[in-house]
Design a protein around this ligand. Sequence first.
Ligand code: DAH
Length: 344
Amino acid sequence: MDDLVKQLKRDLENLNKMPELNDVKAKYLGKKGSISALSSKMRELNNEKKKEFGITLNKIKNDANELINLKRCEIERRILEKKLKEETIDITLPGVDIPMGSPSIVEKMVEQIEQILMSMGYDVVDGPEIEKDKYNFEMLNIPKGHPARDAQDTFYIEGNEILLRSQTSPVQIRTMLKGNGQTPIRMICPGKTYRRDDDDATHSHQFMQIEGLLIDKKVSLSDLKGTFDVIAKSIFGEDTETRFRPSYYQFTEPSVEMDIKCHHCKGNGCNICKNTGWITVSGAGIVHPNVLRNCGYDPDKWQGFAFGFGAERLAMIKYNIDDLRVFYTNDLRESKTFDRKEAE
Ligand code: DAH
């Protein structure tokens, strides 16, 4: 047995690789290893000798394990030292600039409005971008052949029934139909919309709208004004003044344009507000009785207001951007500029 340990020490002496160490371990302590083989000799001994033999065998096993583990630590330390020596970092080399993207400024605008309205109990809902003419126009009180359709020059997909939605207002219809004429509604729907417009500084064939709808009992224009005030102040600053101007939409009566006092010139007149002191940020109004009726809501019991923001337009006003196309060119340099503007 002593010889075995001496032999093991010799085997370990010049060894410096892990696989070799594993081989040595198998040679002595493996199932068929020489130390394990000694156990089978036990059977040949009488009881007294067995005990003595057993104790010695255990000691040898422990010694062998310890020797092998010591060697393992030594090899591991050597591997680590070698690695550290080879992988030294030359801190005098110039660094590599990793270009970073950032969330789109339009997306941030949408998220901000979602947060404000969710805090007032609104649900954020989704609607299809491929829509029925019936929901996009007809049930919104815009029958076929109505001149109002011309303003929303529409991409039709199949005949004249299926289209790419030209506004998010059809989501009003879908939400009211789900409410079955019974339940109050508070929803916003941010989403992409499409029109056959030529792309220029203020038009895009695809843009983002944020629709809002509230249906309840005893809803008035002043509720809309209060809601708009909260939204405008949280986007453009606490000192933002708002006003309504009369307007016309088929699905609201009365209809309004919602303006904010120009936050650049504080209403004194500048090129951003075209010297009027005010900037229009949204169309809105009290839901038309025909629309309520179309969706199963009795206009004598229920009223509501609706509004539609253009997300790009809000971002353009807030960050003083004069060309809508920058949102869609995916130029990292632009998005960096937006980050800077936001920090200001
Ligand atoms: N859908 C209108 C548009 O695209 C915007 C709008 C106006 C939405 C008034 C509304 C609303 O919900 O009440 O021009």
